[in-house]
Design a protein around this ligand. Sequence first.
Ligand code: SAH
Length: 342
Amino acid sequence: MEKLDILSLYPDELAAEIEALGEKKFRAAQIFNWLHVKRAVSFEEMTNISLSLRTKLDDRFYINRLNVAKTLESSIDNTVKYLYELSDGNHVECVLMDYKHGNSLCISTQVGCKMGCQFCASTIAGFKRNLEPSEMLSEIYEAERSSGRKVESLVLMGIGEPLDNFDNVVRFLKLLSCPEGKNLSLRHVSLSTCGLVDRIYKLAELKLGLTLSVSLHAADDKRRSEIMPVNNSYNIEKLLKACRDYIASTGRRISFEYAVIRGVNDSKADADKLIGLLKGMNCHVNLIPVNEIKERDFKSDRRSVLNFQHMLENGGLNVTVRRTLGSDINAACGQLRREYEI
Ligand code: SAH
């Protein structure tokens, strides 16, 4: 029989498995605690479990681990970037950031990405596979172990499109917020999508309480399709309709991400179109100075970002500019893995 990925099981599923092994149900709670609270990486460590049960566990389950292949620590702002090697030899990365309100971790949800956004390093080598719930949890557990810091908020903005790995991401989020586990409130989680409209509707139905970020990056279909191929399937009108539905059904404000690219999407006309699209919506715009990646010729500068911010604010939008953290270690996701996997 194929072994089960024990870290991806909900408490009640684990309990059913443990009972099927002829053991008492309360053992499952102990094992779940070893995995998700004490962070055991082997069954051997589970010292309040009998040797015979540990042997049975080893036969029935595996603990999906990842290893730190490389750590980059910023010398300017406490940002740490981890390159992880997965059990099959693939790599993903995550970034630990030190914000005023605590430590925030940016995690990957897929190995590579299918979405093809022009400015993004994660998509260049294509898509390999989805991450399992256990692997997304391990990104957090390993960052906490390695850094000795507690992750207090989470952003799903690393490599991959979270809504393209919908079921695993939802299972991961439910495990993450499980009171018997890390118990992180999903109020402290932001999920970023390039705009998979049918999945935004599906996510709204689940009412998870997380913050939805939508990568908009252009205010008209022609430009957006040029830089984000997903716009050919779900154009701006369809996307914003789904966003309005999301806000209405969850009561949560949406954050629109907009990477300011000099000469591409930062003109007065762009600002006016964006104001026309978003005015009156319960949302805010997060401007990101585009991170330059060596494979592409997209540029940004502080002045044009601030200029664009003022134009939007004058039009009545709520705007923030994303702080640049870890600029000395190429902290933007996708960049380290690119150097590692040719
Ligand atoms: N697939 C998801 C999440 C991953 S990327 C999404 O598209 O939202 C997280 C954010 O970083 C997205 O807004 C993405 O568009 C943006 N991003 C990617 N590459 C970038 C770059 N070179 N400069 C600035 N932002 C970038």
